[in-house]
Write a protein that binds this ligand. Structure first.
Ligand code: ADP
Ligand code: MG
Length: 242
C-alpha cells in the first residue's frame, strides 16, 4: 500500500463543500506538488492528512493506518506526518535550537542531551548550525522558515507537508528555502507540497496535482502537465501565473 492513501474524501465547512471526492496516492519517497487557485481546497486537503481537519466522507490511510479522529490515533498520526506552514510559527521566547528541541522533549519524551543532538543535526541539515542559540527575531524570514523545517524534520516524520512555505517571504529569500526542500527531495523524504513556485514544482515533483473547485482536476507527470494541459482550467491557471 502507498504511504499516503486518500480515497474519495469529502469536506464541508457548514454548507460549503470544499473537498468533493478527492483521491490521491503518495508512495514512499515521492514528491507530490499541489497547485491551483486560491480557495480550491489545497490547504484543507493538506490539513486533513495530519488530522488538523476532520473529513465528512471517504478514507485516509497513512503508513497503513486509517485516520480516525480519536485523540490517541491523532497523536500517533502527528508523529508520522510533519507540517510546515506559510507563517513559521516559531516560539519567539525560545532560541532557534530550543524551538527544534521542544517537541522532541514534550511529545516524544526524549531527554535534553539527546534532543539537543537531534536538533543540532536537523539545524545542520538546513544550514543553520551557527544559529542554534539565536532567537527567532534575530533571524531573517528565510532562516526562520528553515528553522521551522528543521523542527519538523527532527521528529523524523514519514511524510512532510509544506503549505506555501515561501509565500510569506521576500522574493530574495525564497530560494534558500526552496534549496533546502530540494535537498530533502533528493534525500528521498516523502513530500507533499502546496506551492505557487511553478518552476520548482516542475523540477522537483514526481507528480503534480491541479486542484480546481475542490476536485483533482488534472494530475500527472510535471512536464506533461505543464507543457500539455488537458483542460482549459489548467491552461488558464498556468497562464495566470506565468
Ligand atoms: P486554498 O488553500 O486552495 O486557497 P483552502 O483549502 O484554504 O483553499 O480553502 C478552500 C475553501 O474553504 C475556501 O472557500 C475557504 O474560504 C474555505 N475555508 C477554509 N477553511 C475554512 C474554515 N476553517 N471555515 C470555513 N471555511 C473555510
Ligand atoms: Mg492555502
Amino acid at each position: 500500500m502507498s504511504l499516503v492513501n486518500i480515497n474519495e474524501i469529502h469536506k464541508y465547512f457548514d454548507d460549503l463543500h470544499v473537498l468533493k471526492g478527492v483521491t490521491l496516492e503518495v508512495q514512499e519517497g515521492e514528491v507530490v506538488t499541489i497547485i491551483g487557485r486560491s480557495g480550491s481546497g489545497k490547504s484543507t486537503l493538506l490539513r486533513t492528512i495530519n488530522g488538523l481537519e476532520g473529513i465528512d466522507g471517504g478514507t485516509i490511510h497513512v503508513d497503513g493506518h486509517e485516520l480516525v479522529s480519536s485523540t490517541k490515533s491523532l497523536r500517533e498520526l502527528r508523529l508520522k506526518v510533519g507540517m510546515v506552514f506559510q507563517q513559521f510559527n516559531l516560539f519567539p521566547h525560545l532560541k532557534a535550537g530550543q524551538n527544534v528541541m521542544l517537541a522532541l522533549k514534550v511529545v516524544k519524551g526524549i531527554d535534553e542531551a539527546e534532543a539537543r543532538e537531534m536538533a543540532l543535526k536537523a539545524m545542520e541539515k538546513v544550514g543553520l548550525l551557527e544559529k542554534f542559540d539565536v532567537y527567532p527575531d534575530q533571524l531573517s524570514g528565510g532562516q526562520q522558515q528553515r528553522v521551522a523545517i528543521a523542527r519538523a524534520l527532527a521528529m523524523s516524520p514519514k511524510v512532510l507537508l509544506c503549505d506555501e512555505i515561501t509565500s510569506a517571504l521576500d522574493p530574495e529569500l525564497v530560494n534558500e528555502v526552496l534549496t533546502v526542500v530540494r535537498q530533502l527531495a533528493d534525500e528521498g523524504i516523502t513530500l507533499i507540497i502546496v506551492t505557487h513556485e511553478m518552476r520548482f514544482a516542475r523540477d522537483v515533483s514526481d507528480k503534480v496535482i491541479f486542484m480546481h473547485h475542490g476536485r483533482v482536476h488534472e494530475s500527472g507527470d510535471p512536464k506533461d502537465l505543464f507543457n500539455n494541459p488537458q483542460t482549459p482550467e489548467l491552461s488558464a491557471f498556468i497562464q495566470s501565473i506565468a
